[in-house]
Design a protein around this ligand. Structure first.
Ligand code: ATP
Length: 343
């Protein structure tokens, strides 16, 4: 089993900083998701770990071995790319075996590992096919097979599911996760899709503009967001973040929610925690969206937008006046200036 430690990693191109002093450590056989909006530096971080980019500062340590100045081929890590990077002229078997042939692993050992890997991934009947004769999901499995056959203890994956349709993505999420558990390897998985990160990872590292905003188990990011960025990124739809006035009331209303002067604060509440009640915060329904099991109703209270989640189909028409209860135990507070959580 292996762990990777990232220590104050920086990557600059000219005066642009793509990765800005980030540190984290994986546990053994842990599944870690690097999550964040487009351009936040996730892929660059993964490429730095892989040795495909050179850091401007900082260190990468695998177990007790400093990899920072080790070339990519000698790092003993495997990688799966978004594009799969399969060779079109090679069949599935040779695509999977490619890395082993390059490393001159003996033929008998190659055959044995190919059989095992193909069985693991359900590719045995497809070994003679060319990539063009495979579905997207099958190509994805071949790319995964090529990484897994190398038997490295750490596997890096860069948006490996983004070319698949929604149903296949969901299937592959489970497949990759159970493979990772079964093989006991550490996986670092880059994604901009929070559902993917939240459903697969033991730990999520949420990045924003080259920095780590919060790192922790998915439930921690959901239940105790460390900043308004995290609050506004995690959750579909995300947490409501409302301005408070100097009285501690929701701006534009008379509902006081904070005992102390609230002008420097913002209030966070998840849509599922907002309740319809006979009295409370007066709000007007603007739109409703039906998702099957529940609906999201968007309301306006004073000058603030607030979403609430109600079970089943929407029963409230646009323009209806409702009253919302914001249960005190469900409230989060953030400092407006620093954007950080206040406890
Ligand atoms: P995405 O989800 O869109 O792939 P990302 O979070 O993976 O985004 P990166 O690919 O790591 O983002 O890029 C981070 C920033 O660094 C981006 O602004 C990108 O334009 C910039 N960048 C990436 N590679 C280079 C390069 N070779 N030269 C200059 N800037 C680069």
């Amino acid at each position: 089993m292996s762990t990777i430690k990232i220590d104050r990693l920086v990557k600059r191109w000219g005066d642009f900083t793509a990765v800005d002093d980030i540190s984290f450590e994986t546990g053994e056989a842990e599944f870690v998701a690097l999550l964040g909006p487009s351009g936040c530096g996730k892929s660059t971080t993964l490429r730095l770990i892989a040795g495909l980019e050179e850091p401007s500062a900082g260190r990468i340590v695998l177990d007790n071995r400093d990899l920072t100045n080790v070339v990519a081929a000698k790092r003993n890590l495997s990688m799966v790319f978004q594009s799969y990077a399969l060779f079109p002229h090679l069949n599935v078997a040779d695509n999977i075996l490619f890395g082993l042939s390059v490393r001159r692993v003996p033929r008998a050992e190659q055959r044995k590992r190919l059989e095992e890997t193909a069985r693991l991934l359900g590719l045995t009947p497809l070994l003679e096919r060319k990539p063009s004769q495979l579905s997207g999901g099958q190509q994805q499995r071949v790319a995964l097979g090529r990484a897994l056959i190398s038997q490295t203890k750490v596997c890096l994956l860069d948006e490996p599911l983004s070319n698949l349709d929604a149903k296949l993505r969901a299937e592959m999420r489970n497949e990759i996760r159970s493979l990772q558990r079964r093989l006991g390897i550490t996986m670092i998985f880059v994604t901009h899709d929070q559902t993917e990160a939240m459903s697969m990872a033991d730990r999520v590292i949420l990045m924003n503009q080259g920095k780590v905003e919060q790192a922790g188990p998915p439930s921690e990011l959901y239940e105790r967001p460390a900043s308004t960025f995290v609050a506004g990124f995690i959750g579909v739809p995300p947490m409501n973040v409302l301005d408070l006035d100097e009285r501690g009331a929701v701006a534009g209303t008379d509902l006081v929610v904070a005992a102390e002067a609230g002008a420097g604060l913002q209030l966070g509440i998840r849509p599922e925690h907002v309740e319809l009640a006979p009295e409370g915060l007066p709000a007007d329904v603007e739109t409703s969206e039906y998702f099957g099991a529940d609906s999201i109703v968007a309301c306006r209270a004073g000058d603030q937008r607030i979403n609430l989640r109600v079970p089943g189909p929407p029963t409230l028409d646009a323009g209806a006046r409702v009253h919302l209860r914001l249960p005190p135990e469900a409230l989060h507070f953030f400092d407006r200036q620093t954007t950080l959580r206040r406890d």
